[in-house]
Design a protein around this ligand. Structure first.
Ligand SMILES: O=C(O)CCC(=O)C(=O)O
Ligand SMILES: [Fe+2]
Length: 298
């Protein structure tokens, strides 16, 4: 997977739909309900948005997300125990810390995310929730590495899966419309209880914008019909993904401390990028939620 991402350069691809800055100078804690709606409208429209220069606690972050997306599960998914070695301001049930918050060492939380995936974490594990549900991930960069492993600015990278679909030949689009894949959460540990995979069409219609896009999950996704041939299934996924990556612009979000990045997993794939954790600290607070508000019109 790393071999795939090394071909990307910032100069080669600049995507203008993804990666819109919103509300410059605002304080997330003081957003009005109308602004929260506007934020979501921007998110559905642009796939990836960000707010800069924020300074909030983990609890404030969780509260903002709870109000904006009305995810009633938020707060019950993580253990309530505080880690005494980490500031309480960085800890709140429902928010998860990525990076190396304690010491400079290669022990990094969230390293598994350094490969391309559609993150709908717990959707495949939750009965009654369709894989098409709007699943939003937010990452708050409290402390960001000065550079990535390649000496370039440290980034999180995104692929526009609606554009990916639109870039394909009409015959190929039609071919893909007939296909479905089985999905698991991308990094679900294999040692735990067996979770049934969820079947989802390869070409998926966004719940709000009604735009068609490709839904590929991650490289553990299995094309329907290849369930008994895992090697072929993996090869099919890799070939299709490479094709998509070659013809779709990548938005690389260059991190600044205080950024809060939002992305809509129903229309983008993403990957974290490596950095030298013996040299740089990263603290990023992560929250993932299902959008449960249906009073939105686009
Ligand atoms: O570490 C990153 O930049 C990406 C993290 C990620 O993939 C996730 O939180 O779902
Ligand atoms: Fe992810």
């Amino acid at each position: 997977m790393n071999a795939i991402r090394q071909n990307i350069t910032v100069e080669k691809y600049q995507n203008y739909r993804l990666g819109k800055e919103i509300f410059p100078g605002c304080n997330l804690v003081n957003l009005s309900p109308k602004q929260a709606e506007e934020l979501k409208q921007n998110l559905w429209e642009n796939g990836v948005i960000f707010i800069r220069k924020q300074n909030v606690t983990a609890s404030e972050f969780v509260e903002f997300v709870r109000q904006t997306f009305r995810d009633s599960n938020l707060g019950y998914r993580r253990s309530q125990t505080l880690d005494p070695e980490i500031s309480p301001d960085l800890q709140s049930p429902g928010s998860f810390i990525l990076g190396n918050p304690k010491v400079l060492s290669q022990d990094i939380a969230g390293k598994a995310a350094w490969q391309w995936h559609h993150y709908k974490d717990f959707l495949p594990r939750t009965e009654g929730l369709a894989l098409n549900s709007l699943y939003v991930v937010m990452l708050y960069g409290v402390c960001t590495p000065e550079e990535g492993m390649d000496g370039q600015p440290h980034t999180t990278d995104f692929l526009d899966m609606i554009q990916a679909y639109n870039n394909l030949e009409p015959e190929y689009q039609q071919e893909l419309e007939q296909l479905s894949m089985y999905h698991l959460a991308p990094f679900y540990p294999s040692s735990e209880v067996e979770i049934p995979r969820k079947l989802h069409p390869l070409v998926s219609t966004h719940q709000i914008t009604k735009r068609k896009g490709l839904y590929l999950g991650s490289d553990s996704s299995i094309l329907q019909g290849l369930e008994e041939q895992p090697d072929l299934a993996k090869q099919y996924w890799l070939d299709l993904f490479k094709k998509v990556l070659n013809c779709t612009p990548v938005y690389r979000h260059i991190w600044q401390p205080g950024d809060i990045l939002f992305w809509d997993n129903s229309q983008v794939m993403h990957t974290g990028t490596p950095y030298d954790a013996t040299k740089y600290k990263r603290i990023a607070l992560r929250i993932g939620v299902v959008n449960n508000r249906d009073d939105y019109n686009c």
